[in-house]
Write a protein that binds this ligand. Structure first.
Ligand code: ATP
Ligand code: MG
Length: 196
């Protein structure tokens, strides 16, 4: 049987438990052999908004996923030059896994933008799309071509990377919002600190 591979794309600045729960839930529901986390290079939606160094985002994602034998992290987006487009991510992973079935996992907020994505029609030919619920965003208003996207309800965690960054900048804890190793990595590298 073809290998079933989930792809969890994100800025992961920093990776948090919302990302991990979403990936874990889709892994179980879709009986995926593996979920590959793919930190973006320069995300086109976030161009110029001061995203942390790709290497820091990559390493935090490695730290966060290390204990799960079904999770891995790919460098395809951070090693490609230029802005990250999902179509390139999917093409690269397809080339690495020619016989696999690919499942692209995306939160309700990102799903809202799916039809406006660069070369959106091609995306559906490269992977199945799995939209996951996210507190604060409704999947009900998302009108997608029927049969293109599976919707999955995941345990609700109202956590965002933006909030984690703001909390660190204000001296508030991010313990239990992100994995312990990520708390320690943020502090070691002094990410998101007010003076930065
Ligand atoms: P930022 O606030 O910087 O945008 P974020 O928390 O939205 O960060 P991203 O790296 O932008 O995290 O998200 C990567 C993917 O994970 C997206 O598809 C997003 O919708 C999804 N996602 C993020 N947080 C959650 C959450 N709490 N529950 C479900 N899905 C989530
Ligand atoms: Mg986001």
């Amino acid at each position: 049987m073809a290998r079933r591979i989930g792809i969890m794309g994100g800025t992961f600045d920093p990776v948090h438990h919302g990302h991990l729960v979403a990936a874990s839930e889709v892994q179980a529901r879709f009986d995926l052999d593996e979920v590959v986390f793919v930190p973006t290079g320069v995300p086109w939606q976030k161009d110029g908004k001061g995203v942390s160094a790709a290497e820091d985002r990559y390493l935090m994602t490695v730290v966060a996923t290390a204990s799960n034998p079904r999770f891995s992290v790919s460098r395809v987006d951070i090693d490609r030059t230029g802005v990250t487009y999902t179509v390139d991510t999917l093409r690269d992973l397809r080339a690495q896994h020619p016989d696999a079935e690919l499942f692209f996992i995306t939160g309700a907020d990102a799903l809202e933008q799916i039809l406006s994505w660069h070369r959106a029609e091609e995306l559906f030919t490269l992977a199945h799309f799995v939209g996951v619920t996210r507190p604060g965003y409704s999947l009900a208003d998302v009108h997608l071509p029927s049969g293109t996207v599976s919707l999955v309800e995941v345990p609700a965690l109202a956590i965002s990377s933006t909030d984690c960054r703001t909390r660190v900048g204000s001296g508030l804890p991010v313990w239990y919002l992100v994995p312990d190793g990520v708390v320690q990595y943020i502090s070691k590298r002094r990410l998101y600190a007010a003076e930065n």
